[in-house]
Design a protein around this ligand. Structure first.
Ligand code: GLY
Length: 315
């Protein structure tokens, strides 16, 4: 068996590339890194890598993580700058026994010393969006925070190896040094190849209150299907957070077990991409269905056309 599941429509081209690699017996880590790099490299995705939106001060600070479900090796970066592929740096860090989670200047310095290329990741388009938002905020009392669509992937290869990875430019207009869930083990991602893995997207400040990726993996370990585990964790925690904290931000989780069964749950409309051997391959829309269930429907051509127009609309 092999399979890959990923957050958001933006992951789909990468998922298709990973699918070919997995069918040809590639290591899950290689297929997943290829897929995440494709998202990081695409300039019109404004929440990941090149073209990602900057922080409040106009600096593009990126977060990423890589985890191997066989060895539990984890590498992560937070607030890294000027590096084309934070996921590759995170993966390289996962080979380090110490200092495997680096932040800010230390993360960027590690990448430079390790020979990763250097690149200004702030596109002219992203800079214009930031500038416009700064003007809007100056004129209104609107909350500046918006947009935090992490790409997160769970991957299973033919040899039952599993990996999980994330990459994100984080919350748009975040304060300098703010870090979300994406590079945090248990919150943004988790995988145990004897069970399965999960990855998150959404408001990091709330996701890290529930450690939802770890929670989903533990629920799968207790015998729940990936779908039942996602439903229980996401809707249970949304309810708990609303009761005890007053509100729950938007969040969505994807999961896959080591049999290639998958699941998704979300407290907002959310697209995802999935491909499994001899099974489903495509982009889907997920929504909360009430009574702790998720409604999953294939994406329509109309939605895809509108999406394409929206991401490339003039600024
Ligand atoms: N989930 C991404 C973030 O909150 O930064």
């Amino acid at each position: 068996m092999w399979g890959i599941i990923a957050t958001w429509r933006m992951a789909h081209d990468g998922v298709l590339a990973a699918k070919e690699m997995l069918a040809a017996d590639a290591f899950a880590g290689d297929a997943m890194e290829t897929a995440i790099k494709m998202v990081e490299d695409y300039p019109y995705y404004k929440s990941v890598g090149y073209g990602g939106l900057p922080n409040e001060t106009g600096i593009l600070e990126m977060d990423a993580a890589y985890m191997d479900g066989t060895t539990f090796a984890i590498g992560a970066v937070a607030g890294i700058t000027d590096v084309p592929n934070p996921i590759a740096v995170a993966r390289q860090l996962s080979h380090e026994k110490f200092n495997s989670f680096r932040v800010g200047a230390g993360a960027t310095q590690y990448a430079m010393l390790a020979g990763f290329p250097r690149k200004n990741m702030l596109t002219e388009r992203a800079r214009r969006i930031w500038e416009k938002r700064c003007e809007e905020i100056a004129k209104t009392n609107l909350s500046p925070y918006d947009g935090h669509d992490t790409v997160g992937m769970v991957c299973l290869d033919q040899n039952q190896r599993m990996t999980v990875g994330t990459s994100s430019s984080g919350l748009f207009m975040k304060k300098a040094g703010r870090v979300g869930d994406s590079p945090l083990s248990g919150s943004g991602f988790y995988v145990d190849a004897e069970i399965g893995g999960a990855a998150a997207t959404g408001l990091g400040e709330d996701l890290m209150k529930g450690c939802l990726s770890y929670e989903i993996v533990q629920l799968m370990a207790s015998g729940l299907t990936p779908q039942a585990a996602c439903d229980k964790a996401v809707y249970g925690f949304t309810e708990k957070l609303t009761q005890r904290y007053g509100k729950a931000g938007a969040f969505s989780l994807v999961a896959m077990n080591n049999q290639g069964q998958w699941g998704v749950a979300t407290n907002v409309e959310f697209t995802f991409s999935v491909a499994v051997k001899d099974g489903v391959c495509g982009i889907f829309m997920a929504k909360p269905g009430g009574n702790q269930t998720t409604v999953i429907e294939p994406i329509t051509q109309e939605w895809l056309d509108a999406y394409e127009k929206r991401i490339k609309a003039p600024v």
